[in-house]
Design a protein around this ligand. Structure first.
Ligand code: ADP
Length: 216
């Protein structure tokens, strides 16, 4: 049986909810870096909302809306965000890049508000939330300043916008931690990358084995 046949249930809907783990933390905490590395490990499929948003066709209405909000350091509206996310996920699944029956979905940047958690309830089953704990936000702002030089990101363009993103994180995103409090695991983001990776794997591998016992 092909994996696409496997990944489609009797009523022809994707096998929602997908088991997943969330990578969570303030901007600059290193979620994207670890997600990139973990996406190379068999069994994990990494998806970053920020990356998807930056890949949208810049002429599309959705891209314009997202850009308008992110340039101010604000979150895009939940309805647009969810629509882009689900469309993209299904595209990846149809193209068999994401294999829901074999891969644990690693989500970075979504859900980012309590409302998004509620809407996504029927699509994702959050097995674990890896909280990249940060004790020094100024160090994160420094990291973002350096990243702005390397990547052409409008939301990294000014320090005022970066600070706004931290404010939004504390007001709108941090409550998500409480929402998933039963499955939170903490990882200190000040550690060297290899150690952060090692901690992530220590937590994630059991989740992978439990949900995908046949994964190799
Ligand atoms: P960060 O550096 O804060 O981790 P991201 O690269 O994840 O930023 O996202 C960049 C921008 O895209 C955010 O500032 C926000 O405007 C928008 N965005 C990303 N994910 C979401 C989401 N789940 N809900 C609303 N807006 C989002």
């Amino acid at each position: 049986m092909s994996s696409s046949a496997l990944s489609t249930s009797a009523n022809n809907q994707p096998p929602y909810p997908y088991p997943c783990a969330l990578v969570f933390g303030v901007p600059g905490a290193g979620k994207g870096t670890q997600g990139e590395i973990l996406s190379k490990v068999p069994g994990f499929f990494h998806l970053s909302s920020g990356v998807i948003f930056r890949k949208l066709d810049s002429q599309s209405e959705e891209a314009q809306v997202v850009k308008e909000y992110s340039a101010r350091g604000e979150l895009a509206p939940d309805d647009v965000t969810i629509k882009i996310f689900l469309n993209w996920l299904e595209l990846q699944s149809t193209a068999e890049r994401f294999q829901p029956n074999e891969q644990l979905l690693l989500l970075d940047g979504i859900p980012r508000t309590i409302n998004q958690c509620e809407i996504l309830k029927k699509y994702i089953d959050v097995k674990m939330l890896l909280h990249f704990v940060c004790h020094d936000e100024e160090a994160m702002i420094d990291r973002i300043r350096q990243r702005a030089v390397l990547e052409n990101r409008t939301d990294d363009a000014s320090e005022a916008v970066t600070r706004k993103r931290f404010e939004v994180y504390h007001q709108e995103t941090a409550p998500v931690l409480e929402y998933y409090q039963d499955v939170v695991r903490e990882v200190d983001c000040a550690n060297i990358q290899a150690e952060v990776l090692s901690r992530c794997l220590e937590y994630l591998v059991p989740v992978l084995k439990e949900n995908f016992p046949r994964n190799r």
